[in-house]
Design a binder for this molecule. Structure first.
Ligand code: ATP
Ligand code: MG
Length: 437
């Protein structure tokens, strides 16, 4: 790192990550992916110089002394979308010497103090203060606690309203003394945690226009997974808006991963009609779902994804009892991940609001699942019963019909185009392997 003598203004950003710090040999790969995500989401601050050093990532403005004045707004806006980031702090770099640190703190502290005075106008109310110091520079003469005490002795007499409160400070000064510089910051912008985009595996998500499945996608992306999406519709029984609504959800979710995922739209109607005509109405939902996961298993093969993802939740609706979920699992050629399995609905809704999918999900558009939905669905299907019902159908033929009519939807323009012939090839292989039965 250069000798950093930048002071005042925001001369640097310190990025903290929590969980990825525990990764052993993979750590540098995780860091690389986090840096890639930071550069993507902080494009407004480009060009950036990145320094990775001992569990920290520092960002500096390239070719300028400081970041623009609205850096904090830019960070607050972007940081919640950077998976893998615990928090970051914009701050000031100075030489790793006590004198330089003291000078910088004395210069920057008044503004920080003033902002708390404005928030606590009553002069009788104390302002809770703490300094948190970290030292990885052994040559530096003071230990971190000594540095904290040093500054308390310096600042408390000058600012009588300050009251040291290590447990719950309002005005918090972070100082990191490193080999080639010391970093001083007053702000901490919380990140979403999780793992950086691209560090997890690939998944094929069953995405409906409901509240749950977009949240399930978010949760998986937060663990570093990359998603492609499949949505089922029943045109002309469902309107075109059933697809465009899902496309808008994809448009909202895609920026959270490094590469945009593809959206497949599958018309399930023919299969639904066959189920309606031949099978016990009380088992319809489970039968539909088994057809869905079979189709998605084929998409998963085309996309090299080892598993599927759904927004299913234990006991939320009749089709999602433990018995029914187990029977649905048996139709899939790959495992089904269900990150919301144990969530309460209000927990899911809260996340949906926070990530901006709720606004779209709450729009009332008929869903494929409600077409020919039974009045009293079975809550405890058994595999025997379901297999016996499916024997009345030509399952491979229905799968072929659905997959032949599948299109890829552009999440921005809603334009539809035929998927690659690979999907048909995969279907032939899948049916050849007998996986559909
Ligand atoms: P959601 O709000 O995600 O639609 P839900 O509580 O309404 O969930 P269901 O509609 O029974 O529950 O669906 C359970 C899961 O099945 C969904 O989370 C989704 O993963 C998948 N699914 C349901 N309908 C569709 C569809 N039309 N297209 C794609 N996947 C679907
Ligand atoms: Mg739904």
């Amino acid at each position: 790192m250069d000798v950093l003598t930048r002071t005042r203004g925001c001369g640097g950003i310190l990025c903290r990550y929590s969980e990825i710090a525990t990764k052993g040999r993979n750590r540098s790969e995780f860091e690389r992916l986090l840096v890639r995500a930071l550069k993507r989401h902080l494009a407004l601050l480009a060009p950036l110089k990145v320094v990775r050093e001992r569990g920290r990532i520092f960002l500096f403005p390239e070719g300028r002394e400081t970041f623009p004045e609205d850096v904090l707004d830019i960070l607050r806006n972007a940081v919640p979308r950077v998976f893998g980031l615990a928090s970051l702090s914009p701050g000031t770099w100075v030489a790793p010497e006590l004198e330089a640190i003291e000078q910088a703190v004395l210069e920057t502290f008044p503004a920080a103090y003033e902002s708390w005075v404005q928030r606590r106008p009553d002069p009788g109310t104390p302002i809770r203060y703490a300094m948190r110091a970290r030292r990885n520079n052994r040559a530096f003469p003071l230990k971190s606690t000594e540095l904290e005490v040093y500054f308390a002795q310096l600042l408390l007499p000058r600012y009588p309203r300050l009251k040291v409160d290590l447990g719950d400070p309002e005005l918090r000064v972070d100082v990191e003394v490193r080999e080639d510089g010391a970093f001083i910051s007053y702000e901490r912008v919380e990140g979403p945690g999780g793992l950086p985009p691209g560090s997890g595996g690939r998944l094929v998500a069953l995405l409906s226009g409901g509240i749950d499945s977009p949240v399930a996608c978010y949760q998986a992306m937060r663990r570093g997974c990359t998603l492609h999406y499949v949505t089922f519709h029943s045109a002309p029984f469902t309107p075109p808006a059933a697809i465009s609504k899902v496309a808008r959800l994809v448009h909202r979710l895609n920026p959270l991963q490094y590469r945009p995922g593809r959206l497949y739209a599958v018309n399930l109607l023919e299969a639904q009609q066959a189920v309606r005509d031949a099978c016990n109405p009380r088992l319809r939902t489970v039968l539909y779902r088994r057809l869905m996961v079979r189709i998605c298993s084929v998409v998963a093969r085309t996309e090299n994804a080892p598993a599927l993802l759904t927004g299913e939740n234990l006991g939320q609706v009749a089709s999602q009892t433990l018995e029914n979920l187990t029977v649905i699992d048996r139709a899939a050629a790959v495992p089904i991940l269900r990150p919301l399995l144990t969530f309460d609905k209000n927990e899911t809704t809260e996340i949906a609001r926070r990530i901006g999918t709720y606004e779209i999900s709450k729009e009332q558009v008929p869903d494929s699942c409600t077409v020919f939905a039974p009045e009293r669905p079975v809550t405890a299907a058994t595999l025997e019963r379901v297999v016996e019902q499916e024997a009345r159908l030509d399952v491979p033929d229905l799968l072929r019909a659905c997959i032949e009519a599948t299109v890829l939807v552009d999440p921005e323009t809603f334009e539809e185009k035929a998927p690659s012939p690979r999907l048909q090839q995969m279907l032939a292989q899948y049916l050849g392997a007998g996986a559909a039965v």
